[in-house]
Ligand binder design. Structure first.
Ligand SMILES: C[S@@+](CC[C@H](N)C(=O)[O-])C[C@H]1O[C@@H](n2cnc3c(N)ncnc32)[C@H](O)[C@@H]1O
Length: 207
């Protein structure tokens, strides 16, 4: 089945105009939790899109590296960074094949990165390996209850987050936050209103 959220073509189309589809303000959950990342640390932001989260983190003094498969997203993110006089790195790549490295990052951030059921664990496996001991994984994504709300995100359950899967896969990590909640989200024109999200933060053990 072809779904609208698959493929870089969909995202290039969504990002083709000058306006920022999810706004230029940082995701508020990430903003509230960014203090958990070691000061001045190296951050990898998965599915960075048009750059709002990477730019915010760079403004806080982090060294930020975004990755996303949308060329239009990359171009807009670099433009946003320039406008704010910060430097970000940004790789154009499909996350399912992206080499994140080993013990390389103080944080991996995943904000509204919706991967198919068949691909999600491959990416989480890379995240586990890529975090430094003591590094944190910070995720917010729509979960399956979001299908009832229809206020943003994929309209296909196979792309939506599962808290149980996250807890199970990261079971050896120290859990900081793991919850499914319904909250108001207003981010540009595609995230608009009461939303069912999974929020997950876990730290890689130091030993
Ligand atoms: C809803 S947007 C969120 C963008 C950004 N994280 C934010 O919060 O503004 C989802 C992003 O995931 C990216 N994406 C989806 N699947 C991907 C994949 N397999 N590899 C790389 N990027 C992907 C899309 O290009 C898009 O930029």
């Amino acid at each position: 089945m072809t779904h609208e959220f698959t493929g870089s073509e969909f995202w290039n189309e969504r990002y083709k105009n000058e306006s920022y589809m999810y706004g230029v303000q940082v995701n508020d959950f990430l903003q509230a939790q960014a203090h958990l990342i070691s000061h001045g640390g190296q951050v990898l932001s998965l599915a960075e899109g048009e750059g709002r989260n990477a730019v915010y983190l760079a403004q806080q003094g982090y060294h930020v590296h975004g990755v996303d498969f949308s060329l239009n997203g990359q171009e807009k993110a670099l433009k946003l960074a320039k406008a704010h006089k910060v430097v970000i790195e940004y790789d154009l790549a499909d996350l399912t094949a992206y080499k994140m490295g080993v013990a390389s990052w103080d944080a991996v951030v995943s904000i509204f990165c919706h991967l198919h059921d068949t691909e999600r664990l491959t990416v989480y496996k890379s995240v586990k390996q890529a975090l430094k001991p003591g590094g944190v994984f910070i995720l917010e994504a729509y979960n399956r209850k979001q299908l009832k709300y229809g206020t943003g995100g994929p309209r296909d359950a196979s792309y939506l987050a599962s808290l149980d899967q996250l807890k199970e896969f990261f079971e050896e990590f120290d859990l900081i936050l793991a919850q499914d909640i319904v909250r108001e989200i207003h981010e540009g024109e595609h995230h608009f209103g009461s939303s069912a999200v999974t929020q997950f933060i876990a730290r890689k053990p130091t030993k």
